[in-house]
Design a protein around this ligand. Structure first.
Ligand SMILES: [Zn+2]
Length: 313
């Protein structure tokens, strides 16, 4: 038998308790916790509630539950719930109380926990949870609008989204952030632009439109288009800019939105070393020393020529 402390509307203890499952009277509240775990990839760990639950069966939701009697510190309740439902130990040094809200029959403390959790380390409490997964901002927005995620309300979600970092690639793809060079090519699944932070003529960033972080997350159709687009851009670099060599790279550990750098190799780069070891010094050099008006205008012209070549009918 699980007991809950009965609180008043101001969140004070009344000294009375109620057995879990019994109905609180008008003006009576209990303390609940919501736990939002956010990883370095800017994803939230969400869970699907078991189908046989009375409350919100089969819905996706935050991890959480009620504090038990005597557990007035909601942080302790959050730690206990995460352990019970997901089988994980929350990182107590990285927990922030995001908001406290009063709802129909409960005072809810919403905890943000910045923590990386391996899905393999999760041990779901089968009676309450049927599934857990990481979701990006876009995933979560989709789940909310399609009605499969519990609707905590607009203001609540605003706070949940507010603490996620903005993804620069997503902003560029959506057109919310201007890239100085503008778009070089836009296809069904990809978006290519010149990055003016590194003013090297013909340097192209090719980003997926979906917020995926690894090439193995691409669907077949995306992967096919990726190669096609990469080849097209490469051919255009050669044809209209006379670029003989290109370095391609993408990395997964520091950026979490898939994009490929296409960095032309020019003869002046020799002084920075041979082969791949020169790439980083070259990029840094361009960032610091190649921002003259003359060079920027040259970079713009190169971007325009690529655009024209790639978008001609
Ligand atoms: Zn993104």
């Amino acid at each position: 038998m699980e007991l809950w402390d009965i609180l008043d509307s101001e969140r004070n203890k009344t000294g009375r308790t109620i057995v879990r499952g019994e109905k609180l009277k008008e003006g009576e509240y209990h303390l609940v916790v919501h736990i939002w775990i956010l990883n370095d990839k800017n994803e939230y760990l969400v869970q699907k509630r078991a189908e046989h639950l009375k409350l919100l069966p089969g819905f996706w939701a935050a991890t959480g539950g009620s504090a038990v009697a005597g557990e007035y510190d909601s942080k302790l309740a959050a730690i206990r719930e995460a352990k019970e439902e997901l089988g994980i130990d929350l990182d107590t040094n990285n927990m922030t109380r995001l908001m406290s809200i009063k709802r129909k029959d409960n005072h809810a403390d919403v905890w943000l926990v910045r923590q990386n959790v391996d899905l393999q380390d999760i041990n779901l409490q089968a009676e309450e949870v049927s599934e857990a997964k990481w979701v990006s901002k876009e995933d979560l927005e989709r789940m909310i609008s399609s009605g499969i995620f519990h609707d905590y309300g607009a203001e609540y979600f605003h706070n949940i989204f507010r603490v996620m970092r903005r993804c620069l690639s997503c902003e560029i793809v959506k057109g919310n952030t201007e890239t100085t060079g503008g778009i070089i090519l836009e296809t069904k699944y990809f978006h290519a632009h010149q990055d003016f932070a590194y003013p090297i003529p013909g340097l192209v960033i090719l980003a997926s439109k979906r917020h995926i972080y690894s090439i193995d997350e691409m669907y077949e159709e995306e992967a096919a288009e990726y190669i096609e687009v990469l080849r097209k851009i490469r051919a255009a670099q050669r044809k209209v800019l006379g670029i003989d060599y290109v370095y391609y790279f993408y990395n997964e550990d520091t950026t979490h939105h898939f994009h490929t750098w296409m960095v032309p190799r020019y003869s002046w780069m020799k002084e920075f070393g041979r082969s791949v070891e020169a790439v980083r010094p070259v990029l840094l050099y361009s960032k610091e020393n190649m921002k003259s008006e003359e060079n920027i205008s040259e970079v713009k012209k190169a971007a325009e020529r690529l655009y024209r070549e790639l978008n001609k009918k």
